[in-house]
Design a binder for this molecule. Structure first.
Ligand code: SF4
Ligand code: SF4
Length: 133
């Protein structure tokens, strides 16, 4: 199961990418940190057994390993990072990333271009004044 808003990753059906956490129940001490910190609702928590459950694995953000990095006993495993990189390559996400980058930073690019233009105008004016003198 997953939430609709996480069904696709750069237009790729999320279920096609095998990226999600696995918990070693023998190592897990049930602290609950993973269940609390994941902002995507991947985990639920069994209050009886005092263990987290990977309830919505495909909500997991491809490439994220935050919960594994924070688990105090290293009980969370992910596939090798290469799985995420390969998903990015295979699905040609960088074409989409480029477009998104341009959209996200369009205003910033415009302002940089204006500043550059103003700087060049000042510079040209200075040169003209030097040439006149
Ligand atoms: S952070 Fe680690 S030890 Fe804590 S509940 Fe999650 S898996 Fe278990
Ligand atoms: S890796 Fe990130 S998104 Fe995936 S379950 Fe852990 S905290 Fe949530």
């Amino acid at each position: 199961m997953s939430d609709k808003k996480f069904d696709y990753w750069f237009g790729v059906p999320r279920k096609e990418i095998k990226w999600y956490p696995k918990i070693d129940p023998a190592a897990c001490i049930g602290c609950g940190l993973c269940a609390v910190i994941c902002g995507r609702g991947v985990y639920s928590y069994d209050l009886v057994s005092k263990k987290p459950i990977v309830a919505k694995p495909f909500n997991c953000l491809v490439g994220c390993q935050t919960c594994a990095n924070l688990c105090p006993v290293g009980a969370i495993e992910f596939p090798p990072a290469e799985v995420a990189r390969e998903a990015a390559r295979k699905n040609k996400i960088f074409i989409k990333v480029k477009k998104m980058l341009e959209e996200k930073f369009a205003q910033q690019m415009l302002e940089t271009a204006k500043q550059y233009q103003a700087q060049m105008t000042r510079h040209e004016k200075e040169i003209r004044e030097i040439e006149k003198s």
